[in-house]
Design a protein around this ligand. Structure first.
Ligand SMILES: *[C@@H]1O[C@H](CO)[C@@H](O)[C@H](O)[C@H]1NC(C)=O
Ligand SMILES: *[C@@H]1O[C@H](CO)[C@@H](O)[C@H](O)[C@H]1NC(C)=O
Ligand SMILES: *[C@@H]1O[C@H](CO)[C@@H](O)[C@H](O)[C@H]1NC(C)=O
Ligand SMILES: *[C@@H]1O[C@H](CO)[C@@H](O)[C@H](O)[C@H]1NC(C)=O
Ligand SMILES: *[C@@H]1O[C@H](CO)[C@@H](O)[C@H](O)[C@H]1NC(C)=O
Length: 349
């Protein structure tokens, strides 16, 4: 029932770009950036009596923390609808009938199940951009969703299935959060295939034993922490043209499952392989800046994992390297370390 003051885009940017700061799922929901005054229909809408429609932000309706069991009546003119922290169990087909231009729909922390979400619940929403439906009781990803979607968050459910094609045609979908579900690789194979704008995909805390097939090549941030991945298919990550941040911590990777150039991907800036069973340091591209290998079984510091060639312009751009929790001491570091790791200012052993 209050307007939070942190602008939403600050949360988004920090959750997308800051490593090791976004593991807690930010609970804040701010006002949208930009031009919300310009979309007002004449006069303020008739707010649902139990909700709050702030006078200075009349296209938003706040109905959070009210123990609601049903979606309230949503008057025409509302574009940003906050329904988090209630006990909503289902969504009727006509729930959003009067608000076909709804842009944000926040449904986190409710009691939604797939069986109680009617098939066409979202199909009238021709302008929907953000759907947040984390911390519910979903066993499948909801949909079909409007083609205008750019941000879909459905973490902390029990999603084990994504119906093939349910995300088809979402050409502007940029961010997908599906961490803390029950996804296996077969249930998501090709589900994300046609998402040509997808940049951020978080599949951490699921049940993947293999990396999924058919991820779109546009992805730049790809997170698989806390799964059970044992091996990387040959050239798997080379298929991504813009991959910069890759996390595979807390999986079951051992040397045998990591082909020689698995992580030597020219665009990569940050790689997290901590908490696995690696016995040696996988080779990486020269441009990599942050490399996390702590808590593995690495016995030896191999400089040629970073530099195959050393020259005026050939050296590793690693700044921060973590090798603590392995079997390596200062004495194991090679004499010529700094010819290769020239800009490393932080090597943790
Ligand atoms: C839609 O608006 C009409 C008129 O204001 C109202 O009677 C009806 O209950 C609304 N329907 C929903 C589902 O909110
Ligand atoms: C989810 O479903 C289970 C049983 O299927 C039930 O025990 C639990 O209370 C439900 N949780 C929520 C948040 O609705
Ligand atoms: C995708 O975004 C672009 C640019 O904002 C917009 O012109 C286009 O209509 C959007 N596509 C869909 C299906 O909403
Ligand atoms: C990474 O791949 C590039 C291009 O194929 C190659 O030149 C380089 O030697 C490789 N780096 C390592 C450390 O193997
Ligand atoms: C750690 O490495 C040393 C030699 O570098 C070896 O003697 C020792 O057995 C290793 N310890 C473990 C737990 O692998």
């Amino acid at each position: 029932m209050h307007l939070h003051s942190i602008p939403f885009f600050v949360l988004l940017i920090s959750s997308v770009f800051c490593y090791y700061t976004d593991y807690d799922y930010g609970g804040g929901y701010g006002a949208p950036e930009g031009d919300y005054y310009s979309h007002l229909s004449s006069g303020s809408p008739n707010c649902a009596p139990e909700c709050n429609c702030p006078a200075n932000y009349p296209s938003a309706m706040y109905c959070d923390n009210l123990k609601l069991k049903k979606i309230p009546i949503v008057p025409a003119g509302i574009q940003y609808l906050y329904l988090q922290n209630n006990m909503i169990e289902g969504i009727e087909d006509d729930a959003f009938k009067n608000v076909t231009d709804l842009r944000w729909l926040i449904l986190d922390h409710n009691h939604l199940t797939n069986a109680n979400i009617k098939k066409n619940a979202f199909s009238n929403l021709k302008e929907l951009q953000k759907l947040y439906i984390s911390f519910n009781n979903l066993t499948e990803l909801v949909g079909p969703l409007p083609k205008t979607m750019d941000d879909l968050r459905a973490t902390n459910n029990k999603i084990a299935k994504i119906t093939p094609n349910i995300l088809e045609g979402l050409e502007n979908l940029t961010v997908v959060h599906l961490q803390n579900n029950a996804l296996k690789e077969d249930s998501i194979s090709d589900a994300f295939k046609g998402l040509k704008s997808l940049v951020y995909l978080d599949l951490s805390y699921n049940e993947l034993t293999k990396l999924p097939k058919g991820l779109p090549p546009s992805v730049s941030m790809l997170y698989f922490d806390f799964n059970k991945v044992t091996n990387i298919p040959d050239e798997y990550f080379q298929g991504f043209k813009a991959l910069q941040y890759l996390r595979l911590s807390n999986n079951e990777l051992a040397d045998a499952g990591v082909p020689g150039n698995a992580f030597n991907v020219s665009t990569l800036l940050e790689l997290d392989l901590s908490f696995n069973n690696l016995g040696s340091i996988p080779a990486v591209n020269e441009g990599l800046e942050n490399y996390y290998l702590h808590v593995n079984k690495i016995q030896k510091f191999t400089l040629n994992s970073f530099c195959k060639v050393i020259g005026p312009l050939e050296y590793s751009r690693i700044r921060h390297l973590r090798l603590d929790g392995n079997n390596i001491t200062r004495a194991d570091l090679p004499q010529d370390l700094h010819n290769c790791l020239r800009v490393a200012n932080d090597i943790e052993l």
